[in-house]
Write a protein that binds this ligand. Structure first.
Ligand code: SF4
Length: 369
C-alpha cells in the first residue's frame, strides 16, 4: 500500500535563498558521505578486532589495546551513523522510502550479534568480541530511534499540509481555483451547503440545498452537473419545501455510480469534506494512542520487557554470551534500563501513530472513502 503522490522532496528552493540552500545541501551531502565512510572504517576495525579475538589469534597483551580501539571505533561508528542519519534526512526528506531504509540499516547493525557470531571462531563469547558486538549494536539502537523520529517528522509535515490544504490542488478538476466564499461558515463535517465553496447565487436555486441533502450523496452537484448551474443562472424556481425540492435534484443516467464517484474525488467540495474527515481521523488516532499509553502503559512495558529479554537471550545464545547471570539480572532491573524501556515504548507508539496517520491519509486522500 502506498500513499505516494507528487510531493516536494528534499530541500525546497526559494528564490534568494539559493546560496544558503546550496550550502545546507553541501553540508548534508558531506555528512551523509562522511558518515558512511566513517561507519565503514569503524565497522572494518571493529569486525577485524572481533574476528582476531574470537579466533584465538590475538597476541598476548593485546587486550588493553583492543579495548582502547573498541572505545575509539565505537565513538566513530556512532558519529558516522548519526551523521548519515542527519544527512539522508535532509537530502531525502519527504521520500516514502527514507524512514524504512534508515530503520533497515539500523536494524542490520542492532541485530549484528544475531548473525555475526556464526562467522566467528570459538572465542566469540569472550569479552573483547562481546564488547565489539555491543558497540555495533548500540549504534544500531541509537540510529533506529533517530529513524523513528525521522518518520514522525515526515508525518508531522504531511499532517500540517493535509490539515491546511487537504488533497493536492492539482488533483482538483471540479471547482479548481475557486475561492472560498466569505458568506458561509465552514461547519465541521457539515453538508455541502455548509462548506465554503457553496456559492450563494447557486445555493438559492439549488434543490440539494433546499432538500437539505448533500451533493456527494446524490452524486450530482453545482461543480459537476451543468444543469444545477444552468437552472441557477436561468433563475429557475426551486421549491423551498424539503420534500418537494428533492424531486428537482437532477439525475444523470449517462454515468455509472463509479464514474460519478470519480467526479466527487476530484471536486473541491468533496475534498473539503475529506479534509474534515481527516481532521476527525487525526483526533481519533492521537487520542487512541494517548489512551493506549495512559491506560496500557504497565501492560505494554511488561510486554516490551518480555520481548527484549527474549531477544537478548536469543542474541546471547547466538553469540555464546552468558545470560541470566546475576550481573545481567541486575542490569535488567537498573533504573537506566527502565528509562530506556520507557523511551523505547514512546518511540514505538510514535511509530504506530505515524503509520496510522499515513493510513488515514491514504484512505481519505487517495481512496477517498
Ligand atoms: S450542490 Fe453546490 S450549490 Fe448546491 S448546496 Fe451543494 S454546494 Fe451548494
Amino acid at each position: 500500500m502506498s500513499t505516494k503522490e507528487p510531493r516536494p522532496t528534499g530541500p525546497v528552493s526559494v528564490p534568494g535563498d539559493d546560496t544558503l540552500m546550496r550550502i545546507l545541501e553541501g553540508i548534508a551531502r558531506f555528512l551523509m558521505w562522511g558518515g558512511i565512510v566513517a561507519m565503514v572504517i569503524a565497522l572494518a576495525f571493529l569486525v577485524n578486532t572481533i574476528m582476531v579475538f574470537s579466533g584465538g589469534g590475538a597476541p598476548d597483551g593485546a587486550k588493553a589495546q583492543a579495548e582502547a580501539n573498541i572505545t575509539m571505533f565505537r565513538t566513530l561508528l556512532l558519529a558516522g551513523g548519526l551523521a548519515t542519519l542527519v544527512g539522508t534526512a535532509y537530502l531525502f526528506f519527504g521520500e516514502e522510502i527514507l524512514g524504512p531504509m534508515q530503520l533497515l540499516a539500523a536494524g542490520a547493525l542492532y541485530f549484528a550479534p544475531f548473525y555475526f557470531p556464526s562467522m566467528l571462531g570459538p572465542g566469540s563469547g569472550t569479552p573483547i568480541p562481546q564488547q565489539g558486538l555491543a558497540a555495533i549494536q548500540f549504534t544500531g539502537l541509537v540510529c533506529g530511534i533517530g529513524a523513528i523520529l525521522c518518520i514522525v517528522g515526515d508525518v508531522i509535515s504531511r499532517v500540517k499540509q493535509r490539515v491546511k490544504q487537504g488533497a493536492k490542488a492539482e488533483q482538483m478538476k471540479y471547482g479548481k481555483g475557486i475561492k472560498a466564499q466569505d458568506d458561509i461558515q465552514n461547519v465541521f463535517m457539515g453538508k455541502c451547503w455548509q462548506l465554503p465553496y457553496c456559492r450563494k447565487f447557486v445555493r438559492e436555486k439549488c434543490p440539494i440545498y433546499h432538500s437539505r441533502r448533500t451533493c456527494w450523496k446524490e452524486q450530482v452537484g453545482c461543480m459537476c452537473e451543468e444543469s444545477v448551474i444552468q437552472n441557477a443562472m436561468a433563475g429557475k424556481i426551486t421549491p423551498s419545501d424539503v420534500v418537494a425540492a428533492a424531486a428537482y435534484i437532477p439525475r444523470n443516467s449517462k454515468l455509472s455510480p463509479k464514474a460519478k464517484f470519480e467526479r466527487c474525488k476530484s471536486c473541491v467540495i468533496y475534498n473539503e469534506h475529506q479534509r474534515h474527515k481527516y481532521k476527525l481521523g487525526l483526533a481519533a488516532v492521537i487520542t487512541s494512542v494517548l489512551l493506549l499509553y495512559g491506560l496500557g502503559r504497565g501492560f505494554l512495558l511488561s510486554g516490551l520487557s518480555a520481548i527484549m529479554s527474549g531477544v537478548d537471550s536469543a542474541i546471547g545464545a547466538a553469540s555464546f554470551r552468558e545470560t541470566g547471570s546475576a550481573a545481567s539480572i541486575a542490569r535488567e532491573a537498573s533504573s537506566g534500563m527502565q528509562i530506556f524501556r520507557e523511551i523505547l515504548l514512546i518511540c514505538l507508539l510514535l511509530m504506530l501513530m505515524a503509520y496510522l496517520l499515513k493510513l488515514i491519509e491514504y484512505l481519505f486522500f487517495k481512496v477517498k472513502i
